[in-house]
Design a protein around this ligand. Structure first.
Ligand code: 13P
Ligand code: SF4
Length: 300
């Protein structure tokens, strides 16, 4: 790793009054230079609370948009504007309007993995760490849940309401197959299985713990077990190994990579600070409406 590159990022970060936020799936070297790493909810909270003038968001687009909506007066930069989330792109604002028209009168819960336009069309947001609580808090016997059908099914199994799912899913988590988990467990029978709720229900049925990315970090930290099969994107293994040098982690699948999360590199972080690129820009009307959905979530 180029020390020069890291030093140049540190110098520019100080000059610009910037904070670098990184999601738990970012490349190890990007996580290592970040001021703060976390899951979607923690990063949203940090973006809303920071005094920094500028946020460099190392994650995917919907996360940087969320930071901008929560901190509209700050400059929010994403080092690669092509870092999208295929699941978020599975529903558009028009698609959501059609879904609502098919189920008139029902409140809409939008996973934060959505565009600002979709959040603006929704009643409340949730993340993987608070989805159950958010759905429980709604004063209705049935809710629409977009876009992730896996998270919707997981939430439905935990609440007494009807959860009507949209058809979206995370391609990365769906590449982890139940058979992969069974095979890995056969090789390591003492290992505990921990899964992200974006996995398929077949995988979730095999899991001992179901958690958001930061929830998985604390699950492992608190557990007395020594071996873990981690059903999520492999970027999480970086922090897991740093935090738990005495524990062993297994990847159930060779395909558990989110190519979009890996688009952010140290070079792009430096260029982002140098050129003040790429700025997240959203219309005031969309931001105001999306803020309402995000604030509802944060209040819970
Ligand atoms: P977390 O909020 O659990 O970090 O999940 C975000 C995500 O995109 C998982 O694929
Ligand atoms: Fe989107 Fe899945 Fe990548 Fe998370 S892991 S950013 S849900 S594609």
């Amino acid at each position: 790793m180029s020390i020069d590159l890291i030093e140049r990022i540190a110098k520019l970060r100080a000059e610009r009054g910037a904070i670098i936020l990184a999601h738990n799936y970012q490349l190890p070297e990007v996580q290592d230079i970040a001021d703060f790493t976390g899951d979607s909810l923690e990063l949203s909270r940090k973006a809303a609370a920071t005094d920094a003038k500028m946020i460099v968001f190392c994650g995917v687009n919907f996360m940087a948009e969320t930071a901008k909506i929560l901190s509209p007066d700050k400059v929010v930069l994403i080092p690669d504007p092509g870092a999208g989330c295929p699941m978020a792109d599975m529903i558009t604002a028009d698609g959501l309007r059609e879904f609502k028209a098919k189920h008139p009168g029902l409140p809409v819960v939008a996973y934060v993995n959505t565009t600002a336009e979709v959040k603006a069309e929704s009643d409340i947001c949730c993340t993987s760490s608070n989805a159950v609580r958010v759905v429980e808090s709604i004063d209705s016997d049935a809710v629409l849940f977009v876009p992730d059908k896996s998270l919707a099914a997981y939430v439905a199994s935990k609440v007494s309401k009807k959860v009507i799912p949209y058809s979206g899913f995370c391609p990365t988590h769906h590449r982890i197959l139940a058979q992969d988990v069974i095979n890995t467990k056969r090789e390591h029978p003492n290992a505990v299985v921990v899964a992200h709720p974006e996995c398929t229900l077949d995988v979730l049925k095999l899991a001992d713990g179901i958690e958001s990315t930061s929830g998985m970090l604390s699950y492992v930290r608190k557990s007395d077990a020594k071996e873990f099969i981690m059903c999520t994107e492999r970027g999480l293994l970086h922090r897991l190994k740093l935090d738990n040098p005495d524990k062993t982690f297994y990847n159930p699948s060779p395909l558990n990579i989110c190519p979009n999360m890996k688009k952010i590199t140290l070079e792009k972080v430096l260029w982002s600070l140098e050129d003040m690129q790429h700025k997240i820009a959203l219309s005031v009307e969309i931001m105001d409406k999306a803020l309402h959905s995000l604030e509802g979530m944060i209040a819970i």
